[in-house]
Design a protein. Sequence first.
Length: 196
Amino acid sequence: MSEPLLTVADSLKDRARAALGSRNLILVGLMGAGKSSVGRIVASQLGIPFIDSDHEIERVSRMTIAELFAAYGEDEFRALETRVIKRLLKSGPRVVSTGGGAFVNERTRRHIKRGGLSVWLKADLDVLWERVNKRDTRPLLKTENPKQTLENLMNARYPIYAQADLTVLSRDVRKEIMADEVLTAVIEAQKESPAS
Ligand SMILES: Nc1ncnc2c1ncn2[C@@H]1O[C@H](COP(=O)(O)OP(=O)(O)OP(=O)(O)O)[C@@H](O)[C@H]1O
Ligand SMILES: O=C(O)C1=C[C@@H](O)[C@@H](O)[C@H](O)C1
Ligand SMILES: [Mg+2]
């Protein structure tokens, strides 16, 4: 006889929570991949705190990301992002959703690799574009052809995101389903390398 659905769902959360242990779970990937929205659900499923590095940067600086880029430029923003992410990863377990460029920065990437289990939410261009073109708050996409810019970012960044510990395909299914797939990937990773 098959198990009742509730038990299966409960055991997914419990198994993922046990597999994660005291490590942080860090979501990386391009703008629109779903790091913030899926990360929040994953954290609530695991019963651990959720923090979004973009929100944390805005909180500590009391400026929006767009204002930070405009006032200080991208290099200063990256330096602040590195410091904030380093601090967020000092204790765990937490789910930390990062900004789209965080894992691309070498220093930040080093902190993420040391700081827990990283998951790349990988999406194709059309999925990302459908999501990001609804808002114009992203400074890097304020160009003449933002879709082309997004594609250029994909080409430059995907080989780097591929260094994450796990990859989950982000597509147009409910965010809860994406969250379950992240939990499943955490369990699978633990099976493959139980010592970690
Ligand atoms: N699985 C999904 N199905 C439909 N819409 C989604 C899905 N995941 C995310 N979205 C929507 O796409 C948009 C971008 O998602 P989100 O902000 O979570 O991405 P992000 O990876 O955090 O992007 P950024 O790097 O810009 O912070 C939001 O409007 C969100 O509601
Ligand atoms: O992809 C990027 O480089 C960025 C993504 C956003 O999350 C923000 O961190 C910022 O707009 C830069
Ligand atoms: Mg986000």
